[in-house]
Design a protein around this ligand. Structure first.
Ligand SMILES: [Zn+2]
Length: 965
């Protein structure tokens, strides 16, 4: 199935603080750049519990909801290991972390830790071929990657469970006898350089760089971390390859490594495997390096830092340096403060600033060890245009609200509330997918004892007023560092190695005085007790329907219900679509739809935030068909009440001029910023757009249309949508038909839904004919070129979709190894199999900072032609292995309730009410024969018999070069 891309990227990328760089970019599921920041983003949904609630298993505290078995031990060479046995796991996952990162780069070779992370993959004594593990993993439905953080380097992969031992033979050898082959050593510098080049024009990376650059110059955060051709070369005093080997020999020692393995084998066998494969890693008895110099001294406090962004961002970040208090994880002072600062309840900082029309959103994030032995607590405010002109008022508001927290907000009542949330969340903790579990545990093991790797985030031992006050005492105006990020900021100092500029200015005494005076008249409220917290859980209902079953089909509504087969917990998902085609009628209506949903989100923010803290997620989305999609997920007790409340609010809300202006501003800003997105992601958005039948507009066209809208046009859109739609409903989880059916009928009556089920509007995709070419080319702002070339088969059949998946498993590894590792055409290279209305589609893509579009296109063409032979030469053995692996992935037991609730969601979206697409695909995969691969591939590359899609985006560094014909 072809899934659309989100056009607008959120500001979350501005918080890429921990990860320096990952090894490859994930594009559509190809090997990729893991952005770890998302998993540790803001506070409001953070959840934790008391150790007393959990069950000790193999010396590790786990959730009572966790049926995995754990064991922890240390090998004679000092390697600390956790093995996890999960009887249901079709896939095994392994992660090995080394306690060294870019903060340990030598001054002569910045980026060395990251370069080593790349070089490790390129051959060992036993397996001298580069990417041997990767090839093996890809042939077995796996995935692999690595990332370098300031003080950590993490290597990980996932593979079909029965191939684990073989994969370990490849993987463990990296840490025993890497070759650092000189033929690849020089080439791979280019991969690192391309990666740097890609981030050079990314505001998230620029902001991160400036955060380091403006810190204490003696702290390693001040230096470049990713590395490029300039820093990764021989210097007068040090040869790069010698430094690489030295770094490896110094730090790659078993006693500062952590290994985590997850599989379906019993613990005893996993333990044996770890001994067999990892005992040979040498123990050099090295002490894990640490940072000596503080990140922020008195010199760096009390500063404005202005950053000229490339995108039209309007961001204010009020940051307070704090001492590293990570060791206080049992009492969580930062968590306590984040929770109160980020509340959206009436009268709180976020709610007031939004209501005043000054902020789009307010969030809070802390990283107490950002600089090694100190860090920060930050309040992030996304500003409106109005907010940009009233920054002093906003800054004073932040300080004033913090004062209120200091005065009245440190008490046992909040502690008890947060503790009960953490307890509940740990008790009901959804299982994380094996690879996520392995990578996160191997990193967490450096921070907390093995016994607490699973519950550290949930333990809330006691109300520690002193610990909270210690942090609050550091949150004063005098110590603050205020980042002003925007395209119109005046900034004079260049950011070395990056685009953009910055400027630092000390606070004046007048400013401090002014903020204090302004704050005096401000009135804020601390959040009240959360009344959405459920006492205990709802009883678990019996399974009436194992597959989605139609429970309603009448005027105004059609609804499907299923209960889980695997995860019978008190969780549920209700998705209610106000299905309509209004947004498809014109570009103006399409823009109005997006603005309307943004207004709704702002209006419902307090409720959504409160619900999220109580374990209920409310989502409001607008999809391209013009459907407004409302989702409730989580604990079910309050769902029906909440739904009534939410729909009543949506039905009654008017729209003010101020709300309209604010929402349009945010929408248009996102559209305009699209042109700064990474080239490959822009290219894929165009693929998605051009294959749609009803949202083919470019972001630029939508921005122009949005500018013409008025508040009246949005009100008209709202009236039309609310009065003329069909409710399409998908319900999955702990609900009975007897309870949910009347609730849904009430919802229909509440909204007055009147369209008939047969009037439903589903997403329509283009159906290009054989020989048809869908082309798009354009100039873009980033420096690199991007290209996507795809083949669309003409015959729609699930069998063809299955065969394309198998073809892609080989294609993607080959193209990566050939075009990236061997030829270094760019950092992002890969392929993807998907379909357009069950017609097979194979897409190949590349983003390049060193090759013009004509040779790049020619190279892809040649690769796709040469691949005819590769696919023809596939051995029977390899084919069988591939087929088994793909089948295993497709039929793997979902990792947790939410994954299970998603199993039939795509069918619902496409209107496949037999809910059997996955079953048919499985069947088709199972009956695929080896010869089908070559037959379909030959058809796809035959210009007479398939359609083509081709996107060419010309980077600014190639403005003088031509587009490919
Ligand atoms: Zn990398």
């Amino acid at each position: 199935m072809f899934k659309p891309f989100a056009i607008v990227r959120s500001c979350a990328q501005l918080r890429q603080l921990k990860i320096v760089a990952a090894c490859a970019v994930i594009v559509f599921g190809a090997a990729g750049c893991s952005d770890k920041s998302s998993s540790e983003s803001t506070s409001s949904s953070a959840i934790e519990t008391s150790a007393s609630m959990s069950v000790a298993d193999g010396g590790i505290y786990k959730s009572p909801n966790d049926d995995r078995a754990y064991a922890t031990f240390t090998l004679p060479n000092g390697l600390e290991v956790i093995v996890v046995s999960d009887k249901d796991a079709e896939m095994a996952a392994v992660s090995l972390s080394v306690g060294v990162g870019s903060y340990q780069d030598p001054d002569q070779h910045l980026g060395l830790a990251h370069y080593l992370e790349h070089m490790l993959f390129l051959g060992t004594e036993k397996y001298p071929e580069p990417n041997s593990l990767q090839k093996f993993v890809d042939m077995n439905a796996g995935m692999w990657n690595a990332y370098t953080a300031p003080e950590l380097t993490n290597y990980f992969f996932q593979i079909k469970a029965d191939k684990l031992a073989e994969a370990l033979d490849y993987f463990s050898d990296y840490f025993v006898s890497p070759k650092f082959d000189p033929t690849f050593a020089d080439k791979e510098r280019n991969a690192v350089n391309s990666e740097w080049s890609m981030g050079r024009t990314n505001d998230g990376w620029i902001l991160q760089r400036v955060t380091g650059l403006t810190a204490n110059p003696k702290n390693p955060a001040a230096r470049l971390t990713v590395g490029n051709l300039e820093t990764l070369k021989d210097s007068e005093t040090s040869k790069l390859q010698d430094a690489l080997r030295d770094f490896y020999r110094t730090y790659y020692s078993a006693n500062i490594m952590k290994l985590v393995m997850v599989s379906n084998l019993p613990l005893s066998e996993l333990t044996e495997l770890s001994k067999t494969y990892f005992s040979a890693i040498p123990n050099r008895n090295v002490e894990r390096p640490s940072v000596a110099e503080p990140g922020i001294t008195g010199n760096e406090q009390g500063q404005h830092i202005y950053i000229k962004s490339l995108k039209d961002l309007k961001l204010l970040q009020v940051t307070f340096p704090i001492a590293d208090n990570s060791s206080e994880w049992k009492v969580k002072p930062n968590f306590y403060i984040e929770n109160i600062l980020s509340s959206e309840e009436p009268g709180t900082l976020g709610e007031i600033l939004r209501k005043e029309g000054l902020a789009q959103s307010v969030s809070v994030y802390s990283d107490p060890s950002r600089y090694g032995n100190d860090g920060f607590m930050s309040v992030y405010i996304t500003l409106t245009d109005k907010g940009v002109t009233q920054k002093d008022h906003i800054i004073a508001s932040v300080f004033s609200y913090i004062e209120l927290l200091k005065k009245d907000g440190v008490n046992n009542t909040y502690f008890e509330e947060f503790k009960s949330i953490l307890n509940k969340n740990f008790t009901d903790l959804p299982k994380s997918p094996a690879l996520d579990l392995a990578t996160s545990l191997s990193a967490t093991l450096f921070d907390v004892p093995a016994a607490n790797v699973l519950n550290a985030d949930f333990v809330y031992e006691k109300f520690d007023q002193a610990a909270i006050n210690r942090v609050l005492a550091q949150m004063t105006p005098e110590r603050a560092r205020i980042f002003h990020v925007g395209i119109n900021e005046t900034a004079t100092d260049p950011v070395p190695y990056y685009e953009g500029a910055y400027r630092v200015k000390k606070f004046t005494a007048e400013e401090l005085n002014q903020w204090r005076e302004m704050g005096k008249s401000m009135k804020f409220l601390l959040p009240p007790k959360n009344d959405l917290l459920a006492e205990g859980n709802a009883p678990i209902v019996a399974t009436e329907y194992a597959k989605p079953t139609q429970i309603l089909s009448e005027k105004g509504i059609e609804a499907f219900l299923a209960q889980p087969s695997f995860y019978r917990e008190d969780k549920g998902v209700i998705r209610i679509d106000l299905n309509s085609d209004i947004a498809q009628r014109s570009i103006e209506q399409a823009a109005a739809a997006r603005i309307y949903v943004d207004i709704l989100r702002q209006q419902e923010m307090s409720l959504m935030d409160k619900a999220a803290r109580a374990g209920i997620n409310i989502g409001l989305e607008q999809n391209e068909t013009g459907t407004l999609s409302i989702r409730l997920g989580g604990y079910t007790q309050k769902h029906t009440t909440l739904l009534t409340q939410l729909l009543a609010s949506i039905k009654q809300q008017g729209i003010t001029e101020a709300e309209f202006i604010k929402a349009r501003e945010s929408y248009v800003q996102g559209l305009k910023n699209f042109s700064q997105n990474p080239p490959y992601s822009q290219a894929f958005m165009h693929v998605s757009r051009l294959l749609s039948q009803h949202s083919r507009w470019t972001p630029q066209q939508l921005a122009v249309a949005a500018e013409k809208l008025t508040v009246e046009s949005i009100v008209k859109y709202q009236e039309e949508l609310l009065s003329d739609h069909l409710l399409r409903v998908y319900v999955f989880g702990n609900y009975t038909n007897a309870v949910i059916k009347p609730a849904l009928l009430a919802a229909r009556d509440q909204l007055g839904s009147a369209r008939l089920p047969e009037e439903r509007r589903l997403r329509l995709l283009a159906s290009p004919k054989a020989q048809e070419r869908i082309l798009y080319s354009d100039d873009i702002l980033p420096t690199d070129n991007a290209i996507v070339k795809g083949f669309v088969g003409t015959e729609a059949s699930i069998a063809n979709v299955a065969v394309t998946r198998l073809i892609n498993a080989i294609f993607s590894t080959d193209i990566f190894t050939q075009l990236r590792t061997q030829e270094q055409l760019g950092y992002v290279v890969g392929s993807r199999a998907t379909d357009v209305n069950d017609r097979p589609m194979l897409l190949m893509f590349a983003q390049s900072n060193n090759t013009a579009l004509i040779p790049l296109a020619a190279r892809l063409d040649k690769f796709s032609t040469d691949f005819i032979e590769t696919v023809a030469a596939l051995s029977d053995e390899d084919f069988t292995q591939l087929q088994k692996a793909e089948l295993a992935v497709l039929n793997e037991k979902p990792a947790n309730f939410y994954a299970e609730s998603d199993l039939y969601m795509a069918d619902f979206e496409m209107g496949i009410y037999s809910f059997d697409r996955r079953a048919r695909l499985t069947q088709a995969l199972a009956s695929t024969k080896k010869t089908d691969l070559a037959a379909l591939y030959n058809e796809l590359v035959n210009v007479e018999r398939s359609a083509r899609i081709e996107i060419q985006l010309r980077g600014s560094n190639f403005a003088k070069e031509s587009f490919a014909p």
